[in-house]
Design a protein around this ligand. Structure first.
Ligand SMILES: NC(=O)c1ccc[n+]([C@@H]2O[C@H](COP(=O)([O-])OP(=O)(O)OC[C@H]3O[C@@H](n4cnc5c(N)ncnc54)[C@H](OP(=O)(O)O)[C@@H]3O)[C@@H](O)[C@H]2O)c1
Length: 285
Protein backbone atom coordinates (compact mmCIF):
# COMPACT_ATOMS: atom_id res chain seq x y z
CA UNK A 1 0.00 0.00 0.00
CA UNK A 2 2.42 2.70 1.28
CA UNK A 3 1.55 6.19 2.48
CA UNK A 4 4.35 8.72 2.82
CA UNK A 5 3.56 11.63 5.15
CA UNK A 6 6.33 13.85 3.74
CA UNK A 7 4.84 16.89 2.02
CA UNK A 8 1.28 16.08 3.17
CA UNK A 9 -1.06 18.57 4.84
CA UNK A 10 -2.51 17.12 8.03
CA UNK A 11 -5.26 18.53 10.27
CA UNK A 12 -5.27 17.17 13.83
CA UNK A 13 -8.23 18.18 16.00
CA UNK A 14 -7.46 18.43 19.69
CA UNK A 15 -3.81 19.05 18.92
CA UNK A 16 -3.26 21.29 21.94
CA UNK A 17 -2.52 18.37 24.29
CA UNK A 18 -2.21 14.65 24.83
CA UNK A 19 -2.49 12.17 21.96
CA UNK A 20 -3.28 14.87 19.38
CA UNK A 21 -0.17 16.89 20.23
CA UNK A 22 1.99 13.75 20.06
CA UNK A 23 0.54 12.70 16.70
CA UNK A 24 0.91 16.23 15.33
CA UNK A 25 4.59 16.27 16.32
CA UNK A 26 5.10 12.79 14.92
CA UNK A 27 3.61 13.83 11.56
CA UNK A 28 5.63 17.07 11.44
CA UNK A 29 8.82 15.14 12.21
CA UNK A 30 8.04 13.01 9.14
CA UNK A 31 7.81 16.03 6.87
CA UNK A 32 4.09 16.87 7.01
CA UNK A 33 2.75 20.38 7.44
CA UNK A 34 0.35 20.14 10.34
CA UNK A 35 -2.64 22.20 11.45
CA UNK A 36 -3.90 21.79 14.99
CA UNK A 37 -6.97 23.10 16.76
CA UNK A 38 -8.36 23.23 20.27
CA UNK A 39 -9.80 25.76 22.69
CA UNK A 40 -6.69 26.68 24.72
CA UNK A 41 -4.58 29.23 22.84
CA UNK A 42 -1.60 28.98 25.22
CA UNK A 43 -1.37 25.22 24.78
CA UNK A 44 -1.83 25.49 21.01
CA UNK A 45 1.05 28.00 20.86
CA UNK A 46 3.36 25.64 22.79
CA UNK A 47 2.66 22.73 20.46
CA UNK A 48 2.79 24.90 17.34
CA UNK A 49 6.30 26.08 18.21
CA UNK A 50 7.46 22.44 18.23
CA UNK A 51 5.64 21.70 14.95
CA UNK A 52 7.15 24.70 13.19
CA UNK A 53 10.66 23.56 14.16
CA UNK A 54 10.00 20.66 11.76
CA UNK A 55 7.49 22.20 9.37
CA UNK A 56 7.42 26.02 9.29
CA UNK A 57 4.07 26.14 7.45
CA UNK A 58 2.27 24.46 10.35
CA UNK A 59 -0.47 26.50 12.00
CA UNK A 60 -3.15 26.47 14.66
CA UNK A 61 -6.73 27.61 15.17
CA UNK A 62 -8.56 28.28 18.43
CA UNK A 63 -11.96 26.68 18.00
CA UNK A 64 -14.62 25.06 20.18
CA UNK A 65 -15.62 21.95 18.22
CA UNK A 66 -18.65 21.43 20.48
CA UNK A 67 -20.16 24.43 18.67
CA UNK A 68 -21.52 22.29 15.86
CA UNK A 69 -22.78 25.23 13.79
CA UNK A 70 -19.21 26.55 13.54
CA UNK A 71 -17.69 23.28 12.25
CA UNK A 72 -18.38 23.80 8.52
CA UNK A 73 -16.77 27.25 8.49
CA UNK A 74 -13.79 25.92 10.40
CA UNK A 75 -13.39 23.07 7.88
CA UNK A 76 -13.37 25.50 4.94
CA UNK A 77 -10.93 27.82 6.68
CA UNK A 78 -8.51 25.04 7.70
CA UNK A 79 -8.57 23.51 4.21
CA UNK A 80 -7.88 26.86 2.58
CA UNK A 81 -5.20 28.01 5.01
CA UNK A 82 -3.36 24.66 5.00
CA UNK A 83 -3.54 24.58 1.22
CA UNK A 84 -5.65 21.42 0.88
CA UNK A 85 -5.92 18.78 3.60
CA UNK A 86 -4.56 15.31 2.77
CA UNK A 87 -5.06 13.71 6.18
CA UNK A 88 -7.82 14.50 8.67
CA UNK A 89 -7.21 13.24 12.20
CA UNK A 90 -10.41 13.31 14.26
CA UNK A 91 -8.85 13.25 17.72
CA UNK A 92 -10.55 15.90 19.93
CA UNK A 93 -12.71 14.29 22.57
CA UNK A 94 -13.76 14.32 26.20
CA UNK A 95 -14.13 11.54 28.76
CA UNK A 96 -17.23 10.89 30.86
CA UNK A 97 -16.54 8.57 33.77
CA UNK A 98 -19.82 8.47 35.64
CA UNK A 99 -22.22 5.72 36.71
CA UNK A 100 -25.03 5.47 34.17
CA UNK A 101 -27.79 6.51 36.60
CA UNK A 102 -25.85 9.68 37.50
CA UNK A 103 -25.91 10.91 33.92
CA UNK A 104 -28.34 13.59 32.86
CA UNK A 105 -29.66 13.94 29.31
CA UNK A 106 -27.73 17.16 28.75
CA UNK A 107 -24.46 15.49 29.75
CA UNK A 108 -25.13 12.60 27.35
CA UNK A 109 -25.83 15.12 24.57
CA UNK A 110 -22.69 17.11 25.37
CA UNK A 111 -20.55 13.96 25.11
CA UNK A 112 -22.22 12.97 21.83
CA UNK A 113 -21.72 16.48 20.44
CA UNK A 114 -17.96 16.63 20.90
CA UNK A 115 -17.11 12.93 20.54
CA UNK A 116 -19.47 11.95 17.71
CA UNK A 117 -21.46 14.73 15.99
CA UNK A 118 -18.55 17.14 15.66
CA UNK A 119 -16.06 14.75 13.99
CA UNK A 120 -18.82 13.46 11.71
CA UNK A 121 -19.68 17.03 10.66
CA UNK A 122 -16.04 17.89 10.11
CA UNK A 123 -15.52 14.74 8.04
CA UNK A 124 -18.60 15.40 5.89
CA UNK A 125 -17.50 19.01 5.33
CA UNK A 126 -14.00 17.93 4.24
CA UNK A 127 -14.95 14.76 2.35
CA UNK A 128 -15.19 16.33 -1.15
CA UNK A 129 -11.70 17.83 -0.69
CA UNK A 130 -10.36 14.54 0.67
CA UNK A 131 -11.83 12.64 -2.28
CA UNK A 132 -10.18 15.09 -4.67
CA UNK A 133 -6.80 14.54 -2.98
CA UNK A 134 -7.12 10.76 -2.36
CA UNK A 135 -6.87 11.62 1.32
CA UNK A 136 -6.86 9.70 4.56
CA UNK A 137 -9.20 9.96 7.57
CA UNK A 138 -7.88 8.80 10.94
CA UNK A 139 -10.37 8.72 13.80
CA UNK A 140 -9.31 8.28 17.40
CA UNK A 141 -12.04 6.14 18.91
CA UNK A 142 -11.39 3.99 22.00
CA UNK A 143 -11.29 0.44 23.32
CA UNK A 144 -14.43 1.61 25.15
CA UNK A 145 -16.27 1.50 21.80
CA UNK A 146 -15.72 -2.27 21.73
CA UNK A 147 -15.63 -3.21 25.44
CA UNK A 148 -18.14 -0.92 27.27
CA UNK A 149 -16.12 -0.57 30.50
CA UNK A 150 -17.85 0.28 33.82
CA UNK A 151 -18.98 3.84 34.61
CA UNK A 152 -18.43 5.00 31.01
CA UNK A 153 -21.74 4.32 29.25
CA UNK A 154 -22.11 7.80 27.71
CA UNK A 155 -18.48 7.86 26.60
CA UNK A 156 -18.56 4.29 25.26
CA UNK A 157 -21.75 5.00 23.33
CA UNK A 158 -20.24 8.09 21.72
CA UNK A 159 -17.16 6.12 20.66
CA UNK A 160 -19.20 3.14 19.46
CA UNK A 161 -21.25 5.51 17.29
CA UNK A 162 -18.04 7.04 15.99
CA UNK A 163 -16.54 3.66 15.11
CA UNK A 164 -19.78 2.51 13.43
CA UNK A 165 -19.96 5.69 11.36
CA UNK A 166 -16.42 5.26 10.05
CA UNK A 167 -16.96 1.54 9.40
CA UNK A 168 -19.97 2.53 7.30
CA UNK A 169 -18.05 5.29 5.53
CA UNK A 170 -15.25 2.84 4.69
CA UNK A 171 -17.79 0.45 3.16
CA UNK A 172 -19.51 3.18 1.16
CA UNK A 173 -16.24 4.54 -0.22
CA UNK A 174 -15.20 1.01 -1.16
CA UNK A 175 -18.51 0.49 -2.99
CA UNK A 176 -17.77 3.66 -4.97
CA UNK A 177 -14.13 2.55 -5.41
CA UNK A 178 -12.97 5.90 -4.06
CA UNK A 179 -9.35 6.03 -2.91
CA UNK A 180 -9.84 7.63 0.50
CA UNK A 181 -8.35 5.61 3.35
CA UNK A 182 -10.50 5.35 6.48
CA UNK A 183 -8.80 4.31 9.72
CA UNK A 184 -9.95 3.83 13.32
CA UNK A 185 -7.54 3.91 16.26
CA UNK A 186 -8.52 2.46 19.63
CA UNK A 187 -6.23 3.65 22.42
CA UNK A 188 -6.34 1.68 25.67
CA UNK A 189 -4.94 3.72 28.54
CA UNK A 190 -2.62 6.52 27.46
CA UNK A 191 -1.15 8.93 30.01
CA UNK A 192 -2.94 12.24 29.32
CA UNK A 193 -4.98 14.91 31.09
CA UNK A 194 -8.10 12.95 30.15
CA UNK A 195 -7.72 11.12 33.48
CA UNK A 196 -7.64 14.29 35.61
CA UNK A 197 -10.33 16.45 34.00
CA UNK A 198 -13.07 17.76 36.33
CA UNK A 199 -16.64 16.38 36.22
CA UNK A 200 -15.39 12.81 35.98
CA UNK A 201 -15.12 10.01 38.53
CA UNK A 202 -11.71 8.54 39.22
CA UNK A 203 -10.78 5.93 36.60
CA UNK A 204 -11.26 2.27 37.55
CA UNK A 205 -8.75 1.08 34.96
CA UNK A 206 -5.91 -1.03 36.33
CA UNK A 207 -3.80 -1.02 33.19
CA UNK A 208 -0.36 0.50 32.84
CA UNK A 209 -0.71 3.87 31.07
CA UNK A 210 1.48 4.26 27.99
CA UNK A 211 3.15 7.58 27.16
CA UNK A 212 1.56 9.56 24.31
CA UNK A 213 4.61 8.93 22.16
CA UNK A 214 3.60 5.23 22.02
CA UNK A 215 0.73 6.26 19.72
CA UNK A 216 2.88 7.66 16.93
CA UNK A 217 4.58 4.62 15.34
CA UNK A 218 1.41 2.45 15.29
CA UNK A 219 -0.59 5.25 13.62
CA UNK A 220 2.12 5.92 11.03
CA UNK A 221 2.40 2.18 10.34
CA UNK A 222 -1.40 1.90 10.05
CA UNK A 223 -1.48 4.65 7.41
CA UNK A 224 1.37 3.02 5.54
CA UNK A 225 -0.19 -0.45 5.59
CA UNK A 226 -3.74 0.76 4.93
CA UNK A 227 -5.02 -1.09 8.03
CA UNK A 228 -8.60 -0.17 8.96
CA UNK A 229 -8.42 -0.55 12.75
CA UNK A 230 -5.66 -0.75 15.35
CA UNK A 231 -5.45 -0.98 19.14
CA UNK A 232 -2.71 0.69 21.21
CA UNK A 233 -1.43 -1.26 23.03
CA UNK A 234 -1.80 -4.06 20.52
CA UNK A 235 -2.79 -6.73 23.09
CA UNK A 236 -6.32 -5.26 23.21
CA UNK A 237 -6.77 -6.74 19.72
CA UNK A 238 -7.02 -10.14 21.39
CA UNK A 239 -9.42 -9.02 24.13
CA UNK A 240 -12.19 -7.77 21.85
CA UNK A 241 -13.04 -11.08 20.10
CA UNK A 242 -13.36 -12.72 23.54
CA UNK A 243 -16.48 -10.60 24.15
CA UNK A 244 -18.64 -11.91 21.33
CA UNK A 245 -19.13 -15.63 21.93
CA UNK A 246 -20.99 -14.69 25.14
CA UNK A 247 -21.50 -10.94 25.58
CA UNK A 248 -23.51 -11.44 28.78
CA UNK A 249 -20.67 -13.35 30.44
CA UNK A 250 -18.18 -10.73 29.28
CA UNK A 251 -20.25 -7.88 30.76
CA UNK A 252 -20.68 -9.79 34.04
CA UNK A 253 -16.90 -10.21 34.11
CA UNK A 254 -16.53 -6.43 33.71
CA UNK A 255 -18.93 -5.85 36.61
CA UNK A 256 -17.05 -8.36 38.83
CA UNK A 257 -13.78 -6.66 37.94
CA UNK A 258 -15.21 -3.21 38.78
CA UNK A 259 -16.60 -4.40 42.14
CA UNK A 260 -13.19 -5.77 43.10
CA UNK A 261 -11.45 -2.58 41.92
CA UNK A 262 -13.78 -0.51 44.12
CA UNK A 263 -12.85 -2.68 47.11
CA UNK A 264 -9.13 -2.37 46.29
CA UNK A 265 -9.44 1.41 45.93
CA UNK A 266 -11.45 1.73 49.16
CA UNK A 267 -14.40 3.21 47.28
CA UNK A 268 -18.04 2.37 48.08
CA UNK A 269 -20.13 0.19 45.79
CA UNK A 270 -22.41 2.60 43.88
CA UNK A 271 -26.18 2.40 44.07
CA UNK A 272 -28.83 4.06 41.92
CA UNK A 273 -31.56 6.07 43.60
CA UNK A 274 -34.56 3.86 44.41
CA UNK A 275 -38.02 5.21 43.63
CA UNK A 276 -40.45 5.42 46.53
CA UNK A 277 -42.65 2.29 46.57
CA UNK A 278 -46.41 2.55 46.23
CA UNK A 279 -48.02 1.49 49.49
CA UNK A 280 -48.88 -2.23 49.70
CA UNK A 281 -51.27 -4.16 51.93
CA UNK A 282 -54.96 -3.36 52.44
CA UNK A 283 -55.96 -0.81 49.83
CA UNK A 284 -52.59 -1.15 48.05
CA UNK A 285 -51.82 -3.38 45.09
N1 LIG B 1 -5.92 8.88 26.96
C1 LIG B 1 -6.49 7.71 26.77
O1 LIG B 1 -6.19 6.72 27.48
C2 LIG B 1 -7.52 7.52 25.69
C3 LIG B 1 -8.08 6.25 25.54
C4 LIG B 1 -9.01 6.04 24.53
C5 LIG B 1 -9.37 7.08 23.69
N2 LIG B 1 -8.82 8.32 23.86
C6 LIG B 1 -9.25 9.39 22.96
O2 LIG B 1 -8.13 10.09 22.47
C7 LIG B 1 -8.51 11.42 22.13
C8 LIG B 1 -7.52 12.40 22.75
O3 LIG B 1 -7.62 12.31 24.16
P1 LIG B 1 -6.40 12.58 25.13
O4 LIG B 1 -6.26 11.40 26.00
O5 LIG B 1 -5.24 13.08 24.40
O6 LIG B 1 -7.07 13.71 26.04
P2 LIG B 1 -6.61 15.22 26.39
O7 LIG B 1 -5.18 15.23 26.76
O8 LIG B 1 -7.64 15.69 27.35
O9 LIG B 1 -6.76 15.98 24.99
C9 LIG B 1 -8.02 16.22 24.45
C10 LIG B 1 -7.85 17.18 23.29
O10 LIG B 1 -9.16 17.44 22.75
C11 LIG B 1 -9.36 18.83 22.71
N3 LIG B 1 -10.76 19.17 22.92
C12 LIG B 1 -11.59 18.71 23.89
N4 LIG B 1 -12.78 19.31 23.80
C13 LIG B 1 -12.72 20.17 22.74
C14 LIG B 1 -13.61 21.09 22.16
N5 LIG B 1 -14.85 21.28 22.64
N6 LIG B 1 -13.20 21.81 21.09
C15 LIG B 1 -11.95 21.66 20.59
N7 LIG B 1 -11.05 20.80 21.11
C16 LIG B 1 -11.43 20.08 22.18
C17 LIG B 1 -8.48 19.39 23.82
O11 LIG B 1 -8.12 20.73 23.54
P3 LIG B 1 -8.61 22.00 24.41
O12 LIG B 1 -8.83 21.54 25.81
O13 LIG B 1 -7.51 22.97 24.23
O14 LIG B 1 -9.89 22.42 23.73
C18 LIG B 1 -7.26 18.49 23.71
O15 LIG B 1 -6.39 18.98 22.72
C19 LIG B 1 -9.94 11.61 22.64
O16 LIG B 1 -10.86 11.45 21.58
C20 LIG B 1 -10.10 10.46 23.63
O17 LIG B 1 -11.45 10.05 23.77
C21 LIG B 1 -7.91 8.57 24.84
Amino acid sequence: MGYDLAGRKVLVTGGSAGIGAALAEGFAARGATVGICGRRTDRLAEVLERLQAHAPGSRSWAVDLADLDAVDDFAARADEELGGIDVLVNNAGIPKRRWAWELTPDVVEQVMAINYLSPVRLTLALLPALVARSGRIVTISSVAARLSPPAESAYSASKAALTAFFEGLAVDLAVAKVDVGVHVVNPGVIDTELFSLPDNDESLADVEALPVTAMVEPVVAMLDAGTFEIYVPDWFTGVVPAKFPDTGAFLQGSADYARQRLVDLGRPTPAPTVAAQAPTGPGGR
